[in-house]
Write a protein that binds this ligand. Sequence first.
Ligand SMILES: [Zn+2]
Length: 389
Amino acid sequence: MTLADQPPAAALVFQTLLAQGPLTRAEAGRRTGLSAGAVTKATAPLLSDGWITELSTPAPKRPTGRPATLIAVRPERARFIGVKVTADELIGVLADLTAKPLVARRAALDSRDVDSVVLAIARLVERLRAAADAGRSGGVRGEDVHSIGVTISGDVDGQTGVVQYSPFLDWRRVALARLVEAATGTPTVIENDVRALTVTEQWFGAGAGLDSFALITVGAGIGCGLSIGGRVVSGAHGVSGEVGHLPVGGGERTCTCGNTGCVEAVASTHAITDQARQATGNPELTMADAVRLAHSGDEAVRAVFSRAGHALGLAIASVANLIGPERIIISGEGVATYDLFAEQIRETFAARAFGAAAECDLLLRPLPFEEWARGGAAVAAQRLFAPVR
Ligand SMILES: [Zn+2]
């Protein structure tokens, strides 16, 4: 029996254990809203098929009686490979059922052409399998990989496995899941990279146990993943959380999407570098130079970061006002320079978040690229019990 064949109650208990376990059956019942009998019924097939286990250490004795046994997911029950595709590099991990990376590898991309990228993904998957076989990390063998999850920025349809549009690779309507599956011989799912990272945060990170949260990524683009009522939002057309194109940045700057005033046109890494070049009159200036100048007190460059922080603060306040999440996690490669605009983000957010929405917890969380690859493994694992329709 596979997880996909399990009734919804079993899938619910399994997901709760994955994100919040180990738990007693009684606590699993409280957190899922299921009765004690329903939890026992749901866990029986999961136990017999090895997806979960009873832990030998009993939970602390309740004052009234018997020790309660803890139940937990068995991470070694299934293995997944997650691959994050960036403009010039692939980052891959071999992970267990809890998306914990056991082996990580990177590969440079010398071409953005579809066939070359698919071939590079297949080679990286081979290397991850070989490394797993050689190192036998935690007893993993390469052939035990259940499925592959590939994540990529842009308009990605996870249900059909088609990349509708990826601006940085200049891809349109690429059936990537099918191509990777054919090249590797392993079932493959694909997902938008920010949405995949949101799934990881929902299960294993700063979003675990929260009813709603948003993840804002700051870097080459400004992305946003939303989890509402315990579900990561995909959007009716596969597009959601495109906060990078909220028109809050004023009319001076034109965005890569062709409109003016998008957050991304003011606060992306490229936009900050571009504005710092204008402010200093140095066309060779890099992002690292801009950060150094701002840290050394250059007022003009500091103003660039402050403007970026203001635009991000407005976008984050808009997210808070729209969905009222319990927490907003701010991450991405751009957070390395977060100290330069953190104050402005918080100030603008506090001024613009309406009423109780301002109580939303803003959390800075630097996540390395391996964490993004882990998102692919988490999405692959998710399809175990939420199969593609
Ligand atoms: Zn735009």
